[in-house]
Write a protein that binds this ligand. Structure first.
Ligand SMILES: C[S@@+](CC[C@H](N)C(=O)[O-])C[C@H]1O[C@@H](n2cnc3c(N)ncnc32)[C@H](O)[C@@H]1O
Length: 314
């Protein structure tokens, strides 16, 4: 049983398009992967030349498809394709996006930019194309953190590792999926960084590898913990974020330098920032660490209620 109370759901803001000023800010920053529109029922992400429309109901998709051309024209934006993705009630029903509009003969792989860093996307790879834009501010925080040795757990396509490596850090990335780790290496190469020079990639179970790293005496001065809500590890071991985040953070502290920056992040709708803070406070006290808490401000294109819940322990 989790020791934490379940947060009441936060009120969702009405649907909104981003402003021209925000769009200009992205252009200046070298970012072409961001939200264009957000609402409770549907949202639109821009991924370079392509758009991805995620929707809960067909009617929400259809109204957005109707509104899009006028908004794009008013903001002098063009696109080559629109992909659509149904947001299912059950994770098991998740499927890759499908092409709604555009040339079906074009490759489904593409490259986008965030603050000048390149990331490869693949619309055929599955439910997620390769970059979670709601972590943009946390990637930027890590990049400017000054961390020299960075551990990225549940690394997926290693976007946090690339952000740290661009700033000169040595990185260690762990993900169960070999395919994701290989895409991570490709993201390093896209940015002109040799993935074999000071960077390690493990296709392994985080909960098994962390104790091994601790036994070897490894220490990191930044650690990213962004686990899925539920997963089954290498040996069928279950991970359930509400119950197991505390154990994960305690394991992470064993490989953390005393002043390490540790990111706690979750998409579990039954947890919020206060839940993360409760976990962090307990673990900081239990390990007699000194820890302050830091949250990056909400993204300009993405209301906080639609983003992952995150907290840095510094
Ligand atoms: C939410 S995604 C992480 C997203 C990533 N932090 C980012 O910002 O791009 C979760 C990832 O955890 C991986 N995963 C799930 N259980 C795992 C485990 N026990 N050990 C290692 N990786 C695991 C999945 O393969 C998936 O890539």
């Amino acid at each position: 049983m989790s020791r934490f109370s379940i947060p009441s759901s936060s009120p969702k803001p009405p649907g909104q398009w981003i402003s021209s000023a925000i769009l200009n800010g992205f252009a200046l920053a070298g970012t072409n992967a961001h939200r264009l529109y957000s609402s409770e029922e549907a949202w639109v992400e821009r991924f370079g030349e392509d758009l991805l429309l995620s929707y809960k109901y067909d009617s929400a998709r259809d109204s957005l498809l109707e509104a899009l051309p006028e908004w794009m024209e008013a903001h002098q934006l063009s696109h080559r394709r629109i992909f659509g993705k149904l947001l299912p009630l059950q994770n098991e029903e998740r499927v890759a996006p499908t092409l709604i509009e555009g040339d079906a003969a074009l490759p489904l792989e593409t490259v986008v930019e965030e603050n000048g860093i390149k990331f490869g996307l693949d619309f055929a790879a599955g439910y997620s194309a390769g970059l979670f834009i709601d972590q943009r501010a946390n990637r930027a925080f890590l990049r400017r953190s000054g961390a020299r040795r960075v551990l990225n757990t549940f690394a997926y396509t290693c976007s946090f590792s690339v952000a740290a490596a661009v700033a000169g850090a040595e990185t260690t990335s762990i993900d169960l999926s070999k395919k994701s780790v290989d895409r991570g290496r490709a993201n390093f190469l896209l940015n002109g960084i040799d993935p074999s020079a000071g960077h390690r990639f493990y296709a392994d179970d985080v909960l098994e590898l962390l104790p091994r790293l601790a036994r070897k005496g490894e220490k990191f001065d930044a650690i990213v913990l962004d686990p899925p809500t539920f997963s089954r590890g290498n040996k069928g071991r279950r991970f359930q974020v509400e119950n197991d985040f505390e154990e994960l953070l305690l394991l992470a502290f064993e490989v953390a330098t005393p002043k390490a920056k540790v990111l706690l992040s979750t998409n579990c709708t039954r947890m919020n920032r206060r839940t993360l803070e409760t976990i962090a406070r307990f673990c900081v006290k239990a390990t007699r660490r000194s820890g302050t808490f830091h949250c990056e401000p909400p993204l300009p294109d993405l209301p906080a209620v639609f983003a992952a819940q995150t907290l840095w322990v510094c």
